[in-house]
Each structure stands twice: as C-alpha cells, then as structure tokens.
Design a protein around this ligand. Structure first.
Ligand SMILES: Nc1ncnc2c1ncn2[C@@H]1O[C@H](COP(=O)(O)OP(=O)(O)OP(=O)(O)O)[C@@H](O)[C@H]1O
Ligand SMILES: [Mg+2]
Length: 290
C-alpha cells in the first residue's frame, strides 16, 4: 500500500551569522531524515528545542524547500509545488495563529476562498464547527472571546476546511492547560478515525505521544537517532538521548498536587472569567461549550 507521507533523506541547512551579521558557518537543522507514515497512521516526532522538528514540518507544508531529499504524498513527489491542500497544519500557539480582527467564521472561510470551495460556504463553516464540537454561533465570535482550547478547536476546523488527508500538528497542545490538552487530543483522535486522517504529531511531551502515536521518531541535532513502535521505544529505549528525554518528563509529587488551587473544570477545561461569573450567578456555564 502507498504511504500517505514518505520523506526521504531530507536535508536543510541554514546559514549561521556572527554578531556583525556576516555568514560565519552553516547549521544542518535537518540532516538526512527519512520516515514513512501509512495512511491513517499517527507518527510522533519527538526531540528537544532546536532539534529540527518545525523545519521538517515547514518542508512538508511547502513553506520551506529542502536542500536535498524528497517528499512524497500518496506516492507522488510534491517538491517545488508550494503550498498543498492535501496537507494542513495546526500550530503551537492558537492565539497567534488566528487573526484577532477576524471572527471565527471569517478565519475558517480563508482556506475555503483560497482553495475556491464551490459549495455552500456558510453551511461548511457550521459543519466544521460541529466537527470540532463548538456551537455554530461561535462563527460570530472573535478570538479574544474564546478560551485557549476553543481557539485551538477553531484552528483545527480551519485546517480541516479543505478536507486534507494529512495534518501536521506542531506542538498543538503545548500552550494549553494539561486538562485541556487531553480533550484536544481526544478530539484529534476521533476526527482521525472519522475522516481517515494521517497525522504527523510533533511534541516534546513524550507522555502525550505515548497515548496518541503508533510509531515514534526521536530527533537529535537534525537526525533521527531512534525510531520504532511507541511502546517499544518507551519501554526499552535504545539510545541515551531517548532515555534523557524520557527522564525529563515532569512528574508532579502528591505534595505539589495538593498545593494546586481547586478550580471547577467545565467539560474538563479551565473555566473562563465568563464561566466563573455564570457559576456564581447560579447559571450553567456548559451553555458556552468549549
Ligand atoms: N529561518 C531560520 N534561519 C536560520 N536558522 C534557523 C531557521 N529556522 C530554524 N533554524 C535553526 O534550525 C535548527 C532547528 O530549528 P527548529 O525550529 O526546526 O527546531 P524545533 O525542533 O522545532 O525546536 P522547538 O522545539 O524550539 O520548536 C535550530 O538550530 C534553529 O536555530
Ligand atoms: Mg518547533
């Protein structure tokens, strides 16, 4: 069977500048990376800051061209084609990736217009909000009126607008509260099943990856130093760097957990100020479903 995504020996070098702005060398940000994701699969790319994760994501998206190597989507090389509708991306910071002056509906409409969606656009926006489990009237809201989790749901709806086959998730939940992270991951899993999506899931949070990915690649200084089924890599890491990454997963002690303030969660998410006001007034904040 043809893989949904295959990347072969990707290399990307960036110039390094000295304090005077002169090029003094080069950094191989991505140094011969290859992996394959079968259709409907979830591949987790882990690695510390600066290891090259986002550079790989940008090359797959067509936002940066590689110096060497090839990228195949559904078995066809896509190099030099610019942005591609089959692949969409969800970024780390939903606040920064949504235009504050556009309503939710207007933001979701952008890719529909860019890819000349012919059908009923308003209906499509409503359907996309249904898919990410937000009320349809959220189409008229502005980003500042939404919680972090809600904003990321809008970003996911926007990414799904043009029915991509592959979603690149670059740290999609690292800006969110832990309880919200799990909700967003659950949603992504459900959408993946329903729509038959293939995911490249980038994260430095190995505990999230363990629950979501089937195969994991550990990136270190632009190279994949370890790869395999997620359970094997976690239980028997073969590389020192993987062990180091696993050891740095924070563990909250019971003492620390006890000191945390108790906040009523709404649908598993932190309440917004609006929700707290509703709670105090004896109203049901669930009306503003996240
Ligand atoms: N546009 C650029 N110009 C010069 N160097 C760059 C550029 N983009 C990335 N780099 C360098 O390439 C390397 C990999 O960066 P990249 O952003 O891919 O890492 P990352 O794994 O996504 O890190 P993080 O976890 O912090 O997001 C780093 O050394 C970075 O400084
Ligand atoms: Mg990055």
């Amino acid at each position: 069977m043809t893989a949904a995504l295959e990347i072969r020996d990707l290399v990307k070098t960036y110039p390094v500048r000295n304090a005077f702005g002169r090029v003094s060398g080069a950094v191989r940000a991505v140094d011969g990376v290859s992996f394959t994701i079968p259709s409907g699969g979830v591949y987790g790319l882990a690695g510390e800051s600066g290891s090259g994760k986002s550079t790989i994501a940008r090359m797959i998206m067509g936002l940066t061209e590689p110096d060497e190597g090839d990228i195949l989507i559904d078995g066809v090389s896509v190099l030099g084609q610019g942005e591609r509708a089959k692949v969409q991306m969800v970024f780390q910071n939903p606040g920064a990736s949504l235009n504050p002056r556009r309503t939710v509906g207007q933001s979701i409409k952008v890719p529909l217009v860019a890819h000349t969606y012919q059908g009923d656009r308003k209906g499509r926006i409503g359907d996309l909000l249904d898919m990410v489990q937000l009320p349809r009237h959220f189409a008229d809201r502005y980003p500042h009126e939404l919680s972090g989790g809600q904003k990321q749901r809008v970003a996911i709806a926007r990414a799904l607008a043009v029915s991509p086959r592959l979603l690149v998730l670059d740290e999609p939940t690292s800006a969110l509260d832990v309880s919200v992270q799990a909700k967003v991951i659950d949603l992504l899993e459900e959408l993946g099943r329903q729509l038959g999506l293939t995911y490249l899931f980038i994260s430095h949070d190995l505990s999230l990856m363990r629950n979501f990915a089937q195969t994991v690649g550990v990136l270190y200084l632009g190279k994949i130093v370890e790869t395999g089924p997620v359970a094997r890599v976690f239980e028997r890491p073969g590389h020192d760097y993987t062990r180091l990454l696993l050891a740095s997963v924070p563990v909250i002690s019971t003492e620390e957990a006890a000191m945390r303030p108790v906040i009523p969660l709404i649908n598993g998410e932190m309440p917004t100020a609006e929700d707290l006001m509703a709670l105090r007034a004896g109203l049901n904040p669930k009306e503003t479903a996240r």
